[in-house]
Design a protein around this ligand. Structure first.
Ligand code: ZN
Length: 121
């Protein structure tokens, strides 16, 4: 029997499902490989819904900011010095920038009443 756990207050509660994305899938794959997956269904309970939406908004904003910064940084580096090393360094830095934004990662909450099956793609 799968338990449903709220990802904000960490209590066993029913609530809105969260959407699977690349990040969650990666985490799940790692956990499965390490055998530490708890297989709980992740939800956001009704009390935590406003908080969850705010967290998601903040994450989307930070991801966008960091992506723009990473792109600018990369383009500037390539324009200034056109060596292979600097392009490589720029790429690594850009990836780090985007990874940095994942610190504030928060999944998207599925809209109420729109029950969607787990995507298999
Ligand atoms: Zn909650």
């Amino acid at each position: 029997m799968k338990k449903s756990v709220c990802i904000v207050c960490r209590k066993e509660k029913k609530g809105s499902m969260i959407e699977d994305d690349l990040y969650l899938e990666t985490i799940r794959n790692i956990k499965n490989r390490l055998n530490i997956a708890r297989n709980n269904t992740l939800v956001v309970c009704d009390e935590c819904l406003p908080k969850a939406k705010e967290k998601r908004r903040r994450f989307e904003r930070s991801l966008m900011t960091w992506t723009v910064l990473a792109t600018l940084f990369f383009v500037m580096l390539v324009l200034i010095s056109q060596t292979l090393q600097s392009i490589f360094f720029g790429l690594v830095a850009a990836v780090l920038f985007i990874l940095f934004s994942l610190i504030s990662y928060f999944p998207r909450v599925e809209e109420h009443g729109r029950k969607k099956g787990r995507s298999t793609s």
